[in-house]
Ligand binder design. Structure first.
Ligand code: SF4
Length: 325
């Protein structure tokens, strides 16, 4: 069974077929859990399992980011599998180093440099099969490629999640990953050359790398066991007993503080602020006239969540104006 796809924007066939392509192999074993699912909030994982795949709908436009990420991974994998010799030679690596490289070796020979690309591995623990697909391991060091924005790179958004994900990949493959460092290769989709010249601290190019220290294997094992125990506890629980997604997990935006010069005004505010203090100071400068309203940030995660149709927290978020659909 497949997820239903809509093409609400009427995208042309070339893009539509690309975005509709899903090469993920859905594993139907009842105790199977992927690493990406394991690190999702408990509520999302538990409730998503109550929505059959054929009842989930996704629009093609919502697949653009993940499809770009897929293309990036495929490109890196292809380069290492098909072109590593010529590329390493162009980069100036000596022949003895290039000759030592082995791509996805079955057995590790001494004095070789193993490179593992896009492979899946799994481990059975606490009654579950935990499975994950590693992107790239070069010389015993884990790497992953992420396409994102300059803002996400600078704010280190998702770094904690990637650290957890990388730690689980190492836990799955301790014989292939011996360094405790994960290297994230970014592709900054909105990077601007002009901005890099005029803004201090702006990334100097579109492909920076970030080093993340992984959790220890023991710490990771403990985290996985705790998480699986929570999943078991809530798997058949009624909605109101399942822990709610927190503000981070909901991707709630920051609140806006709106200053109105006219205390009775509605509609468009005189000036907006991102913190209460600045808004109050501004009002004081205006002789204390007017008023400041705090407008809570809105949430976004529900719009991409597989549990959307059955989740009652989502209904409350719609009702209180946090979730706009
Ligand atoms: S629909 Fe929203 S609140 Fe419900 S599980 Fe998904 S992200 Fe959390």
């Amino acid at each position: 069974m497949q997820q239903r796809i809509t093409n609400n924007a009427g995208l042309d066939l070339a893009a539509a077929v690309w975005l509709a392509t899903d090469e993920y192999t859905y594993d139907t074993r009842p105790n199977y859990i992927s690493v990406t699912t394991l690190i999702k909030p408990i509520r999302q994982t538990v409730l998503a399992r109550r929505v059959p795949l054929e009842e989930r709908t996704v629009d093609l436009l919502d697949r653009v980011k993940s499809s770009i990420g897929h293309v990036l991974h495929r490109g890196i994998e292809h380069s290492w599998k098909e072109h590593y010799r010529s590329s390493l030679a162009k980069l100036g690596f000596p022949k003895r180093v290039i000759d030592a490289v082995r791509i996805n070796p079955e057995e590790i020979e001494p004095d070789t440099i193993p490179v593992f690309t896009e492979f899946r591995s799994e481990k059975e623990v606490a009654g579950f099969i935990v499975s994950g697909q590693v992107d790239l391991i070069i010389d015993w060091r884990l790497r992953d490629a992420k396409s994102t924005t300059v803002w996400a790179y600078q704010s280190q958004k998702s770094v904690e999640g990637w650290k957890l994900q990388g730690s689980i990949y190492r836990w799955l493959n301790p014989e292939k990953v011996t360094h405790d460092e994960l290297l994230i290769q970014y592709l900054l989709l909105d990077w601007s050359s002009a901005e890099s010249k005029r803004t201090p601290g702006y990334p100097p190019h579109a492909v920076p790398v970030r080093s993340i220290t992984l959790m220890s294997v023991q710490e990771t094992d403990q985290w996985i066991r705790n998480r699986l125990s929570l999943l078991k506890q809530y798997m058949d629980a009624p909605d109101h007993e399942i822990p709610e997604c927190n503000e981070d997990e909901l991707w709630r935006s920051e609140p806006v503080y709106k200053y109105y010069a006219n205390v009775n005004a509605t509609g468009r505010s005189t000036k907006n602020f991102d913190n209460a203090l600045a808004a109050r100071q501004f009002m004081a400068e205006k002789g204390g006239k007017g008023r400041v309203d705090m407008v809570p940030g809105t949430v976004k995660a529900c719009l991409y969540c597989a549990a959307f149709s059955v989740c009652k927290q989502k209904d409350r978020l719609i009702a209180d104006g946090s979730l706009l659909i």
